[in-house]
Design a protein around this ligand. Structure first.
Ligand code: CP
Ligand code: NVA
Length: 310
């Protein structure tokens, strides 16, 4: 069994393939136990700071419930409360760690959470930054495993903006031995250093994964098992929305694109979805869409992570 006690989760690049398997196995076991109302609070008496510098529905609710299930007291804060009034990151963290045993943070610059982790003596969990969304991808990998039976060798095509989700899907796919194809317009590719990191992970651990970039979504999804999309304008990019809608014309996941995937392919989206932009109703509401399984699995993946690190 992997010993993850005290570990940070800033990006999935922090994990080994064995760490990832340990989290997914724990998540599935706790999910089944949860369904049988057989909850085991493992961290009674501990507290968690859940800090959201950006809006959240799924992440906030699922972390609060994960804490409740584990016997951990969640304290939710917004930008008014933490990192406000010119208080330094150092001072904020030193105060928080006198109260809580884990810090969960959603913020803008990834360097912000890196600074938090540098100062913190308690584990830090990335609840989304501009560059990564590891908790979502833990849930997504659990969802793919449930629907496809395994992860290694699965072909996943991501269509849209090369953003935080893309980066985490590439890193998670690399750890899990998946074939990840990313189709973006020119100029919206994922960061080259993250592509390199994912390829290094695949090579270092010999997972058999591949990472391929495309500009043509129709080529990217050909015969794939999983089609993924995400918003074209992430939180913090609202002012670019109109320009991005133009740039991403042709990148909508519609039924004709899904027809090019394997006939048993599933559709995934971390939500919130912008229906009529990156995905059409006919796809997100289709029987092959697993978007609400992904949302549910946020709870199970994050509860597993907290139970392993606390
Ligand atoms: N998918 C996701 O992280 O949703 P929220 O932004 O609502 O937390
Ligand atoms: N890429 C999106 C994900 C939302 C969960 C964003 O950062 O807004």
């Amino acid at each position: 069994m992997q010993n993850l006690v005290g570990r940070d989760l800033l990006t999935l690049g922090d994990l080994t393939p064995d760490d990832l398997q340990a989290v997914l196995i724990r998540a599935k076991a706790q999910k089944l136990a949860h369904r049988n109302a057989n909850k085991a609070p493992v961290a009674t008496g501990k507290s968690a700071a859940l800090i959201f510098m950006k809006p959240s529905l799924r992440t906030r609710v699922s972390f609060e419930l994960a804490c409740r299930d584990l016997g951990v007291h969640p304290i939710v804060m917004g930008p008014q409360d933490a990192f406000s009034r010119s208080e330094t990151v150092h001072d904020t963290v030193k105060v928080l760690e006198r109260y809580v045993q884990v810090i969960v943070l959603r913020t803008f610059a990834h360097s912000h959470i890196e600074e938090v982790a540098k100062h913190a003596s308690v584990p830090v969990v990335n609840a989304l930054t501009d560059d990564y969304h590891p908790c979502q991808v833990l849930a997504d990998l659990l969802t793919i495993k449930e629907h496809k039976g395994s992860l290694a060798g699965i072909k996943m095509a991501y269509v849209g903006d090369g953003n935080n989700m893309t980066h985490s899907l590439m890193l998670g796919g690399a750890l899990a031995g998946m074939h990840v194809t990313v189709a973006t317009p020119v100029g919206y590719e994922p960061r080259a250093d993250v592509v390199t990191r994912a390829q290094q992970i695949a090579a270092t651990y010999g997972t058999g994964a591949s990472i391929t970039l495309h500009n043509d979504p129709r080529e990217a999804v050909a015969s794939c098992d999983v089609v993924v999309s995400d918003t074209w304008a992430s939180m913090g990019q609202e002012a670019e929305h109109a320009q991005r809608v133009q740039a991403f014309s042709g990148y909508t996941v519609d039924p004709s694109l899904m027809e090019r995937a394997d006939s048993r392919a599933i559709f995934m989206h971390c939500l919130p979805a912008h229906r009529g932009e990156e995905v059409l109703d006919e796809v997100i509401d289709a029987p092959y869409s697993v978007v609400f399984d992904e949302a549910e699995n946020r709870l199970h993946a994050q509860r597993a992570w907290l139970s392993l690190v606390l």
